[in-house]
Design a protein around this ligand. Structure first.
Ligand code: COA
Ligand code: ZN
Length: 317
C-alpha cells in the first residue's frame, strides 16, 4: 500500500455529532468546542448546519455559534445546508465553505429533507448560485452512498447519476457518505474505482460512520485509491436523526493517531485533540467511543512488574 504524505481531516463533531445529542448543548459550550478544535490545528471544521430548527432543534443556534467562534487563520469554517434558504443563512453568517446534502436513495432523502432526489437537486442548484455569488466554495455530500437503512443496497448507477448531476451543476468537491456504517473496504474500493476515472478533477471526501467497526478500514481503502479528504468526529460522536441505527462517525483522535503512527501528517496536534475529546465527554456527560482516549497512544509504556527488571538478560556481547 502507498501512503500520502498528508491527508486533510474535516471535523464534523459539532454538526454530525451534536445534531443527534438529546439534551440541548448550551451555545457557549458549542463555541468552546469549535475553538478547542481550532487551537488543535484542525484544518476544516463543519461547525453547524443551517436547517429547519424543528428538524434539528439542537442546532437552532447556528447563527450565534458562527458569530462567536474565534477564527484561526488556516482553519476553514464550514456549515451543512440542505437548500437555498440554508445557503443564504450560511453566507450571511460568514461561513468559509458550504457543505450540501442529498441522499443517493429516495427514501432516505425524503426522510431526511422531505424532498425527492430531483427536488433536492433543484434546491442545490439554487445553493450553487448563492454560493458562487458570495464566492464561497461548495462541497457536495451524498448520504447513503454505500447503502440505505430503508432500501439496503444502493445501486452504483444511482449513485453515479447523483454525482453526475452535481458535477453538471458545477460541483468540484464531492463527499461520499456512509450514513449508517454499511460500507466495507472492498465496496469502497469498487465504488471509487468506478467513479474516480469517470469524474476527473473532483476532490473526493469519504464521510464514514463506525457503526459496524469498518470506518478506518474503509478510510484505508480510500487512501489506497488516492483519496486524501476525510470527515471525522471528535470522540466518535455522530449520527443522522433521520436514519434508524445511525451511530458515531469515525473518531477524529483515533484516526489522527492511526495516521500519525503511519507517518501520514494531518497538521493536527494529537495531545490537544485528546484533551478536546475529554472535554466533549464532560459536556455530553458520557463516555464516547474513541479508543485512544482510553488506551493512550501506541508508544505508551508501563512500568515493569516486580522482579522482571532484575531478570532481564543484558545485551549480548
Ligand atoms: N433553515 C430554516 N428554515 C427553513 C429552511 C432552512 N434551511 N428551509 C426551509 N425553511 C423554512 C421555510 O422558510 C418555511 O418557513 P415558513 O413556513 O415560515 O414559510 C418552512 O421551513 C417550510 O419550508 P419547506 O421548504 O417546505 O421545508 P420542509 O418543511 O419541507 O423542510 C428542510 C425541508 C430541508 C428544511 C427540513 O427537512 C430540514 O431542515 N431537514 C434537515 C435534515 C438534517 O439536518 N438532517 C441531518 C443532516 S444530514
Ligand atoms: Zn454523517
Amino acid at each position: 500500500m502507498r501512503f500520502p504524505e498528508r491527508v486533510t481531516i474535516c471535523e464534523v463533531g459539532t454538526r454530525d455529532g451534536f445534531q443527534i445529542e438529546p439534551d440541548f448543548i448550551p451555545t457557549e459550550r458549542k463555541i468552546e468546542v469549535v475553538d478547542l478544535l481550532s487551537e488543535a490545528g484542525v484544518p476544516r471544521i463543519e461547525v453547524t448546519s443551517f436547517v429547519h430548527p424543528k428538524a434539528v432543534p439542537q442546532l437552532r443556534d447556528a447563527e450565534q455559534v458562527m458569530a462567536h467562534i474565534r477564527r484561526r487563520p488556516g482553519t476553514l469554517y464550514a456549515a451543512l445546508v440542505p437548500n437555498d434558504k440554508g445557503a443564504s443563512r450560511a453566507v450571511d453568517a460568514g461561513v468559509d465553505r458550504i457543505h450540501t446534502v442529498v441522499s443517493a436513495s429516495e427514501s432516505h432523502n425524503l426522510a431526511n429533507v422531505n424532498m425527492t432526489i430531483d427536488e433536492s437537486l433543484a434546491k442545490l442548484e439554487a445553493v450553487m448560485t448563492i454560493a458562487e455569488r458570495a464566492r464561497v466554495p461548495v462541497g457536495c455530500g451524498i448520504s447513503t452512498s454505500f447503502g440505505c437503512p430503508f432500501e439496503g443496497d444502493v445501486p452504483l448507477a444511482q449513485l453515479e447519476r447523483v454525482v453526475g448531476r452535481l458535477v453538471g451543476m458545477g460541483a468540484r468537491a464531492i463527499g461520499l457518505a456512509d450514513t449508517t456504517g454499511m460500507a466495507n473496504p472492498r465496496q469502497v474500493g469498487r465504488v471509487l474505482d468506478h467513479l474516480m476515472p469517470r469524474f476527473p478533477g473532483i476532490e473526493w471526501t469519504l464521510h464514514t460512520h463506525d457503526t459496524r467497526a469498518m470506518a478506518i478500514p474503509n478510510i484505508l481503502a480510500a487512501i489506497e485509491r488516492g483519496v486524501t479528504n476525510f470527515d471525522a468526529s471528535i470522540g466518535g460522536l455522530g449520527g443522522c436523526p433521520f436514519a434508524p441505527g445511525a451511530s458515531g462517525n469515525v473518531c477524529s483522535e483515533d484516526l489522527v493517531h492511526c495516521l500519525s503512527a503511519m507517518d501520514v501528517a494531518t497538521g493536527i496536534d494529537l495531545d490537544r485533540l485528546l484533551a478536546t475529546s475529554r472535554r466533549v465527554q464532560d459536556i455530553v456527560g458520557r463516555t464516547l467511543p474513541g479508543q485512544i482516549v482510553k488506551a493512550g497512544v501506541w508508544s505508551r509504556r508501563y512500568p515493569l512488574p516486580d522482579g522482571v527488571a532484575a531478570r532481564l538478560p543484558g545485551p549480548r556481547a
